[in-house]
Design a protein around this ligand. Structure first.
Ligand SMILES: O=C(O)COP(=O)(O)O
Ligand SMILES: [Mg+2]
Length: 227
């Protein structure tokens, strides 16, 4: 799993800390309906989360995982999605079980903590505030704050640097292949939760992380045993 006391623990947001798919899918369908298109529903939208809002909207407008060109009406779709999601940020989703207790335990044990997400800052910060966990996180790094997003290692490297932490002594906790790829490229250790948004990856084991964590609530005890 992991054999050192992390100098920094960085969490992914969507699918790891927050079950945001119900609110994101709601905003996606509201956008599609405003444009006179058919809604896609929660299950399909959930599988499209993880590569940023632009990609989520492109996927929803084309029905394709990797759309090659910008869909017609993309700018208008994006505008409608952002407007609706801003107005209904956190009404259907919430924290995954164990998240609050886990973050409290890590803070009590003196760990430095951060969020590294591909989500836009305009959503990330109010969402974590409203869910009552912003105070347990020392830094919130959103997708539009960095020049490149995960799976690029840049957000992880910049965040480690900000804390004066060595990347090979940092831990990422995520839910997707993007988190694993970014962590490997940055030199972080990586643990994954089994309940998040994996997109095309069928099982948590196939993500290739250093270990699977049933819930964030297990993390304080696990680190205490191992380090
Ligand atoms: O694509 C997104 O906005 C979600 O991003 P995250 O899983 O990196 O939090
Ligand atoms: Mg995620």
């Amino acid at each position: 799993m992991i054999g050192f006391r992390p100098e920094l623990i960085a969490f992914d947001l969507d699918g790891t800390l927050v079950d945001s798919a119900p609110d994101l899918a709601w905003a996606v369908d509201a956008m599609l309906e405003s444009l006179g298109r058919a809604p896609v529903g929660l299950e399909r939208a959930r599988g499209w989360i993880g590569n940023g809002a632009d990609m989520l909207i492109k996927r929803a407008m084309t029905g394709e995982m990797w759309p090659e060109s910008e869909p017609e009406e993309f700018q208008e779709g994006m505008r409608l999605f952002l407007e609706f999601h801003e107005a209904h940020l956190c009404e259907r989703g919430g924290l995954f079980p164990g998240v609050l207790a886990g973050l409290q335990g890590l803070k009590a044990a003196g760990y430095a903590t951060a969020v590294i997400t591909n989500k836009l800052a305009r959503f990330t910060e109010p969402l974590l505030e409203r869910l009552g966990i912003a105070g347990y996180l020392d830094f919130i790094g959103s997708g539009d704050q960095f020049e490149r997003i995960k799976p690029d290692p840049l957000p992880l490297l910049k965040t480690a640097e900000r804390f004066g932490a060595r990347p090979e002594r940092c831990l990422m906790v995520g839910d997707s292949g993007n988190d694993v790829r970014a962590a490997r490229a940055a030199g972080y250790a990586i643990l994954c939760v089994p309940y998040g948004y994996r997109g095309e990856v069928a099982t948590p084991e196939q993500l290739g992380a250093d270990g699977i964590l049933d819930s964030i609530g297990e993390l304080p005890a696990l680190l205490k045993r191992l380090t």
